[in-house]
Design a protein around this ligand. Structure first.
Ligand code: UD1
Length: 381
């Protein structure tokens, strides 16, 4: 078999480093292109060479920013499989750093695609990290109309009433959340989500034009070891752990009954590896979730229990601008196309996260600062 050599942009990060492990296990050569953003890596344990200690030493390391001239082109030497994970990922932060986010996410993708379409290379398969955020609200069922719906975001008027559940337009009936399918119309509700939708469409369009099979994976709420615990703009699990370890109650927006789909990072790495190894000539977007829904209150309770902290969450009864109420994945498309199925259960996955936390450096709780920034930018109401 000819050598398969994967380049992972953002490969030193949380998801990327797990994918490095998985691809090495499957016999790939692996290169990592990463600019080692301080907001992500600032508090992580770094080796003497300046890279995170958890990054497998067999991975070739290239420190650089895709936006800098020639960096991506030089990294492509010998590459057969490309995975684009590098991105700025804070949804709230994207609403106050709009130009930066659009540069790092949309523009960096454009630079990569320019290189792929103009230069000679051996890339035969591309995978890109998209996000459930492209959906906006998830999919709902209207019991009265007996049909599924893609409702818009809740209105300001409704949110001011502190009425959190989705209501049918005009009728006011309570809509029921159901698993979200890929064909649901996209209603991105933040700059980050718009960046991700653009990135998905750009990569799929150019991949098709170049006849390189290309897959966008719409990741749901990813959690697990190596999450950047001190980065207040990433996921709720990391934020809650950081609060609990610092003796503070998790701060819960709305009433805490909003539901998400928490997918373990090793399932996400498996999904990328499966797509890269497949010989299917496919161009499309696929959900990667656990297929199960969990409320934010349950996450707060589970984490407190696993960390042995007797701290109840503080329910704020406030709305974080850009938040959706419920979204969890229908995972049948990726199963049908690639025979991929997530394997990790929520409780087991959270235990893996917690046992890693015990070995990691104590996180600095920056959520008060990010909360102040969000309030200042009128992003919490
Ligand atoms: C968002 C993105 C998702 C991205 C993820 C991590 C959307 C729809 N989705 O998910 O693509 O992968 O961020 O960057 O934008 N919460 C609290 N207290 C906190 C923090 C969060 O109650 O301190 C609540 C939020 O209000 C939300 C839920 O927890 O209801 C999940 O929040 P978060 O982890 O930030 O992810 P999402 O917004 O679901």
């Amino acid at each position: 078999m000819t050598t398969r050599h994967a380049l992972i942009t953002g490969g030193a990060g949380f998801i990327g480093s797990h994918l490095v492990d998985e691809l090495l296990k499957r016999g790939f050569e692996v290169s990592v292109l990463d600019c080692l953003l301080p907001q992500v890596h600032g508090d992580a344990e770094m080796a003497e060479d300046g890279w995170p200690v958890y990054l497998d030493p067999r991975a070739r390391r290239i420190k650089g920013n895709i936006l800098d001239d020639g960096v991506f082109e030089a990294s492509l030497d010998g590459i057969t499989h490309l995975v684009h994970l590098a991105a700025s990922v804070g949804v709230g932060q994207s609403m106050t750093n709009i130009a930066d986010y659009t540069r790092n996410n949309t523009m960096a993708t454009a630079v990569m695609l320019d290189v792929l379409s103009r230069c000679s290379h051996r890339v035969e398969r591309i995978a890109v990290a998209s996000s459930m955020s492209v959906y906006g609200e998830g999919e709902y069922w209207s019991p009265a109309a007996k049909t599924s719906l893609a409702p818009p975001l809740r209105s300001n008027e409704q949110l001011r009433r502190r009425s959190w559940e989705l209501e049918g337009e005009g009728s006011g009936e309570a809509l029921e959340p159901v698993p979200t399918r890929e064909e649901k119309p996209l209603h991105p509700a933040s700059i980050y989500a718009i960046n991700k939708r653009d990135q998905e469409e750009m990569v799929l369009t150019v991949g098709r034009a170049l006849d390189i099979p290309t897959t966008a994976l719409r990741l749901f709420n990813v959690y697990g070891s190596r999450q950047a615990l001190s980065n207040p703009y990433t996921g709720v699990a990391a934020i809650f752990i950081s609060r609990l370890l610092n003796g503070e109650p998790p701060l819960v927006f709305e009433d805490g009954e909003q539901q998400r789909d928490f997918v373990h990072v090793k399932d996400v790495a498996d999904a990328f590896a499966t797509v890269l190894e497949s010989d299917k000539r496919v161009w499309g977007a696929f959900n990667v979730g656990s297929g199960r829904s969990v409320s934010v209150n349950r996450i707060a309770r589970t984490l407190a229990r696993l960390l042995r902290k007797n701290i109840a969450p503080r329910v704020l009864d406030q709305y974080r601008v850009g938040d959706i109420r419920h979204c969890f994945a229908d995972v049948s498309r990726i199963e049908k196309t690639y025979a991929f199925r997530p394997r990790r259960e929520f409780e087991d996955g959270m235990e893996e996260l917690i046992s890693w936390v015990a070995t990691a450096r104590k996180p600095i709780d920056r959520s008060s600062r990010s909360m102040a920034e969000l309030s200042q930018g009128r992003m919490v109401v």
